[in-house]
Design a protein around this ligand. Structure first.
Ligand code: MN
Length: 287
């Protein structure tokens, strides 16, 4: 079995624009070898927004290059729009897997409907690195709606397989490198064994509730980082719990990032800034 090597948590939160109250539970500014192929984990909410009648809350135009953003909406709705004419709404239970690749400029706001109604909001945005050979791939989206995500029923738990493979059930998302991403709900008192690949970076994020893994207590907004060695994990739910299981084959390449750009060298970061500032990412159409 894998063992718990580290617990990630954040003692502070910050706002991304005015729509996302975020705790960054890990980021590539930290120990990149521990988290590869993952780069950043932002937990937005839980939060309750009051209704607004004007411009929805969110974050305006910004670029990304060199990786993928995975947005998992639990409560609320997020609408996005980009410079290539793409756009859509990510509803409760839906996942957007965006390949920024060579470069994209987009905005992320609460949907007009959710903005008017207000209510509970909870979202995760996970950044997944791309291998050097794919960093400049054309930008793309996978709009994965809740009905496209298969569920595996376990003893006292249910796992939605967003990416990868759980007991022969294939996830909905295509990935560039081997990644598992499972949205798991456990009933209080349940204890489940999950197969996790040996050799994969493996992490269990607790979004709600409280679990015990390898004898270690893991509470809300904490991530248990597991050993690379070992081929499974036992999760015991002390309460009704919602966890996100992430595993990935490490990408053994340098990580050099600055804000929304994550590349392999300082030179590539300078090029990204030059390309963005000179309009080579393109431009968004007026709203
Ligand atoms: Mn973004």
């Amino acid at each position: 079995m894998k063992t718990v090597e580290k617990i990630f948590r954040s003692d502070s939160s910050h706002w991304v624009g005015d729509g996302f109250p975020v705790r960054s539970l890990f980021s590539y500014n930290g120990d990149t070898q521990v988290i590869s192929p993952f780069l950043l984990f932002d937990y937005a909410g839980p939060w309750t927004f009051e209704p607004v009648s004007g411009q929805p809350r969110g974050v305006g135009q910004h670029p990304h290059r060199g990786f993928e953003t995975v947005t998992i909406v639990y409560d609320g709705e997020v609408s996005h729009r980009d410079n290539a004419g793409g756009g859509g709404t990510i509803g409760s239970g839906d996942v957007q897997w965006m390949t920024a690749g060579a470069g994209i400029i987009h905005e992320e706001f609460h949907s007009p409907g959710y903005s008017r109604s207000g209510g509970p909001f909870r979202m995760v945005q996970l950044w997944v690195n791309l291998p050097a050979k794919d960093k400049m791939t054309p930008p793309a989206y996978q709009a994965i709606t809740r009905d496209m995500i298969p569920e595996v029923v376990l003893n006292g738990a249910r796992a939605r397989v967003i990416a990868g493979d759980l007991e022969g059930t294939r996830g909905a998302a295509r990935t560039f490198t081997p990644v598992n991403l499972w949205d798991v709900r456990l009933d209080a008192g349940a204890s489940i064994a999950l197969p996790l690949p040996a050799g994969h970076t493996s992490m269990i994020a607790v979004l709600a509730g409280h679990v015990t893994i390898d004898g270690k207590a893991v509470g809300e907004a904490e991530i248990a980082s597991l050993s690379i060695d070992g081929d499974g994990v036992q999760i015991a739910a002390d309460r009704d719990s919602m966890v996100l299981v992430m595993t990935g084959e490490p990408i053994d390449e340098p990580v050099v990032g600055y804000g929304p750009f994550v590349m392999n060298s300082e030179d590539e970061i300078r090029t990204a800034f030059n390309d963005f500032n000179s309009g080579r990412f393109g431009a968004m159409a007026p709203a």
